[in-house]
Design a binder for this molecule. Structure first.
Ligand code: SF4
Ligand code: SF4
Length: 245
């Protein structure tokens, strides 16, 4: 089992590696362009913890609670990325999504249409990217290779968080805040009570295999080889994840 501090360190390295790979692409995205910032962002618990740790360091937890009170309806997928990948790899019929995507703006956008916690944003937000300005054209055009790199990276991040919660960021963060408060109350009372988990959340699943189109396999293999070689303390990401390529 991957411990939580190892998972957080691994996550930060994955974000860094992906950002460096994306910087080579020619994308139309720029600060203040936020049509992609809706209420459909999914996270693992480790990603939620990274956000909570960062906001706690910046004394911004009250701001977070206020923002979460404004969250409104959220997009709630019925399958995690690895559940979906498993069904595809096993040739099963994919279940329809329970709810439509919610296109209302993310509550973390500021008045300038910029993300208020940009450096802490989870990987789903780092997947946004279009070769054309979607605000102008009305639709994103994502290069195929970016879509593939994003999918395998989402799969790895879920594998890293396996056994813990996975779901919409706006459901996972309140659940984690409640869990932390309940832990603190129980500690104060000297009791050990069961912790409530949130509704609509799923459990992150291990990697069932990577979902890659045949014509993208060589490039994805290079990406994964580089990613798995990233050093984390005295080990590397591939060893921590226990995934063989
Ligand atoms: S994905 Fe589209 S809306 Fe989002 S930043 Fe890029 S161009 Fe703007
Ligand atoms: S967390 Fe930030 S980057 Fe992600 S959707 Fe919300 S405003 Fe956009």
């Amino acid at each position: 089992m991957i411990n939580s501090s190892q998972a957080i360190a691994a996550l930060q390295e994955i974000y860094r590696f992906h950002a460096s790979w994306v910087s080579e692409l020619d994308l139309a995205c720029h600060k203040g362009c936020a049509a992609c910032c809706t209420r459909n962002v999914t996270v693992t618990e480790a990603e939620g913890q990274l956000i909570l740790n960062g906001l706690q360091e910046q004394a911004q937890l009250d701001w977070l609670s206020q923002r979460l009170q404004l969250k409104g309806p959220t997009g709630r997928p019925v399958m995690t990325t690895n559940e979906w990948a498993r069904d595809c790899l096993e040739g099963r019929e994919i279940r329809a999504q329970e709810s439509d995507q919610i296109l209302a703006p993310c509550p973390f956008l500021d008045q300038n249409q910029s993300c208020s916690m940009y450096s802490l944003r989870p990987f789903s937000c780092r997947c946004f990217g279009s070769s054309v300005d979607c605000v102008r054209t009305g639709m994103a055009e994502q290069p195929d290779i970016l879509m593939e790199v994003n999918t395998v990276t989402l799969q790895i991040i879920e594998h890293l968080g396996q056994g813990n919660c996975w779901g919409n960021m706006l459901d996972v963060l309140p659940m984690m805040i409640r869990k932390n408060e309940s832990r603190q109350e129980n500690k104060n009372r000297g009791e050990l009570r069961p912790e409530k988990t949130g509704q609509y959340l799923r459990q992150a699943k291990p990697l069932p295999g990577f979902l890659v189109m045949p014509d993208q396999q060589a490039e994805i293999q290079d990406y994964l080889t580089g990613l798995f070689a990233v050093q984390i303390d005295s080990s590397n990401l591939g060893t921590i994840l226990q995934i063989n390529l």
